[in-house]
Design a binder for this molecule. Structure first.
Ligand code: TYD
Ligand code: MG
Length: 460
């Protein structure tokens, strides 16, 4: 029989694979991801060994007999959060909210906690990061006081779960998963095996008790969860909170949602009274634009079910000796290089000895490729010193390697949003223009390729 007691294993921080010895490359392909951890040896008394398993007979059920509990959603009191969750919080669901330190994770959860407490009863906010006084101070500031909101400053998982069982909250928050540790494991809080085991245990408890719960996770600089990817697989929903820390906007996005779609975003602004929801994101983003200036082009993307107007800014300047810099904020750097190459090859723009900077204003990182053409137009505008011929024009389209413009989906709804914001023209791929069935109060300009598009929108 194997001997019991703690043993040393090496755990991959990418995928959670456990190896008895250190390896340079994990089976998941990641390099240098193994960390040494001591874990309790359970192999001798494994609950999974067939000898220990009781003899049970399980029976499949017809799908029609299964009743869905989906309709029971709780209102968090924050409309934007409800929408990202798929229409509210599902009972017994576990949601992970990740984001850089200081982005506002604790703030949004405290606001949600207060909202739920006011409407549904007792909420338990467990913090391993801050003391009760600190949280109280914040609650005072954001109007997050409620008689039914309870705080617990604790980091030992077993004590936390005992408190949950005793207290029976209607909503539970664990802030953060990296500070929680299980006394059953000998590795340190925040280690891969701790994070994984604690998440799995919290999942089991909340599912059993039907309590919806949020766990907070910090991310590393590169944007990864500090902990194994396995945690993302365990939980029902993964949300990410992002934004530029010194800029007001905060975007809440879901990357995985077992109870809703993952394309919706929530928009917030950090204020002195906590996070404020932004109902009209396009208006807020465009408020500070430099419309009409060289290198500024307005475009639109779909964020979930809503079209969002954005300003793309580009700056082109002679590069010093050495190599030309290409840098982008809010836009994929690989795609930026591709667009620069296509611009040089297909429109004859010379950028070889120029630095190119691209910024999506407002600290927003749009997904998808429909802003390609706006990026190309902004770079051309900056390089040629030619602003948009009409600043009330929206530019839409994906660029292919041959300089052709590919159609985008649902430009009609973008057009309505653009018209609402006072835009009068949309430049879009010819393919979209041919099939146009959108509003008539906006002029549609079609272009087949990049050269034609740039010529049509920039001043001569
Ligand atoms: P916090 O929620 O503590 O971030 P996280 O939990 O993601 O680490 O938010 C921290 C920042 O938010 C902090 O720098 C101060 C700022 N803040 C405001 O500007 N207004 C507020 O009302 C609150 C509560 C925080
Ligand atoms: Mg926090």
């Amino acid at each position: 029989m194997a001997k019991k007691g703690p043993k040393t294993v090496f755990v991959c921080s990418e995928c959670g694979y456990e190896s008895p010895k250190w390896m340079g490359q994990c089976i998941c392909g990641a390099w240098n991801t193994f960390t040494e951890e001591r874990v309790a040896d359970t192999s001798a008394s494994s609950a999974l060994s067939s000898k220990n398993r009781e003899h049970r007979i399980v029976k499949p059920a017809p799908i029609r007999d299964i009743v869905s509990g989906e309709t029971e959603r709780m209102d968090t009191g924050i409309g934007e959060l409800n929408r990202v969750l798929g229409g509210g919080l599902i009972k017994g669901s576990l949601t992970l909210i990740s984001g850089e330190p200081g982005i506002g994770k604790s703030t949004i959860l405290l606001q949600a906690a207060a909202g739920i407490a006011r409407k549904y009863g007792r909420v338990l906010y467990v913090s391993g990061e801050e003391s009760g006084e600190q949280i109280r101070l914040r609650a005072d500031r954001i109007g997050g006081l409620s008689d039914d909101l309870y705080l617990l400053s604790e980091t030992e998982l077993e004590l936390i779960l005992d408190a949950v069982a005793e207290f029976k909250p209607v909503f539970l928050i664990i802030d953060s998963i990296q500070t929680v540790y299980s006394s059953q494991l000998t590795s340190a809080a925040g280690s891969v095996s701790q994070v994984r085991a604690c998440t799995a245990e919290i999942m089991r408890v909340v599912k059993q008790a039907g309590i919806p719960a949020f766990i907070v996770a910090h991310v590393t600089k590169s944007g990864d969860l500090a902990g194994p990817k396995i945690v993302e697989h365990l939980v029902d929903t993964v949300l990410n909170f992002s934004g530029e820390r010194n800029h007001g906007f905060r975007i809440l996005r879901s990357y995985k949602n077992r109870f809703g779609n993952t394309s919706e975003i929530g928009a917030f602004e950090m204020s002195s009274e906590g996070l404020r929801e932004i109902a009209d994101l396009s208006a807020s983003v465009l408020e500070e634009t430099s419309r009409g200036a060289e290198g500024s082009v307005v475009t639109a993307v779909y964020e979930g079910s809503r079209p969002l107007l954005l300003e793309v800014q580009a700056l082109v300047s002679p590069s010093g000796v050495g190599f030309a810099r290409r840098s982008s904020i809010g836009f994929d750097p690989g795609r930026l290089n591709m667009i620069i190459a296509v611009l040089e090859k297909r429109t004859g723009l010379k950028l070889m000895s120029s630095d190119v900077y691209v910024n999506v204003a407002g600290g927003i990182r749009p997904e998808g490729t429909s802003i390609d053409l706006a990026v190309a137009a902004a770079i051309s505008s900056a390089a040629l010193g030619r602003p948009m011929a009409d600043p009330r024009t929206i530019v839409l389209g994906e660029i292919g390697l041959t300089g052709e413009l590919r159609g985008i989906s649902q430009p009609e709804r973008i057009a309505s949003e653009a018209a609402r914001m006072g835009f009068t023209k949309i430049l879009m791929p010819e393919k979209n223009r041919i099939r146009w069935s959108g509003p008539e109060n906006i002029e549609i300009i079609g272009a087949k390729d990049l050269r034609e598009a740039v010529n049509k929108v920039l001043q001569h």
